[in-house]
Write a protein that binds this ligand. Sequence first.
Ligand SMILES: Nc1nc2c(ncn2[C@@H]2O[C@H](COP(=O)(O)OP(=O)(O)O)[C@@H](O)[C@H]2O)c(=O)[nH]1
Ligand SMILES: [Mg+2]
Length: 247
Amino acid sequence: MHAQRKMRKPDIKMVILGDMNVGKTSLLHRYTERSFKDTLSTVGGAFFLKQWGPYNISIWDTAGREQFHGLGSMYCRGAAAVILTYDVTSWQSLVQLEERFLSLTDSANGDCIFAIVGNKADLTDACARDVAPKAVRLEEGDESDHLECPTPPHTPTVHKQVMREDALALYNRIIHSKVLEKRTSPPAEDVCFETSAKTGYNVDTLFETLFELLLPSIICTQTQVESPTVCLEDYEEMKKKKPVCCT
Ligand SMILES: Nc1nc2c(ncn2[C@@H]2O[C@H](COP(=O)(O)OP(=O)(O)O)[C@@H](O)[C@H]2O)c(=O)[nH]1
Ligand SMILES: [Mg+2]
């Protein structure tokens, strides 16, 4: 049993939660496949695997089950990070996070990191629109971190219903209600994002920021996996030596 535990690869679980159609699957698809498809909703798989440096990170998608209230507490079990996603053009989608999805996160790890993500920013925010060509250049080797805000081709036609301040306030309520230690909870500004799965705006930043924040948990998981085996070996060594000591 210990030998099996020693061989197991470090595996951190992240989950993405939120109302149907906010763009959860599209965000994961944008990050892992580097593309956006308008007709993705029915193709949702159970989870995506992302290799981040030497680490394996599994990111769980709802596979459409949120539509039918079919997400049990098992979904978040053992999660080291939860991405709560809403649509910036739908106030209701933010309300749903607190009313419907937050209770599911009780089964996540005690030191779980929360992120609040307002997707579809391209519909309301000029900066989030038309970044794809630059994002492609970034993939081709441009190391600059910040995508410039392009000149808006026209003013947004869809009304932004959720302001960033509302998301920050929700995050602070979550931290408060879950009585997470301040020490282990990143400040709201670091983990509340506005994104666009369509243009790629802020999508890499979202995931990379979370992975960085998860690094201590990943290392801790590795230590927990390794230490029982090390202890056992020490114990075997000790047992061998014992008769010598006792004579
Ligand atoms: N304009 C825009 N549409 C998006 C964005 N993300 C997703 N969509 C669209 O919203 C719909 C629902 O997306 P989907 O990823 O299936 O949402 P899910 O149900 O939360 O997984 C699809 O028609 C997507 O094409 C986005 O960032 N901007
Ligand atoms: Mg989906």
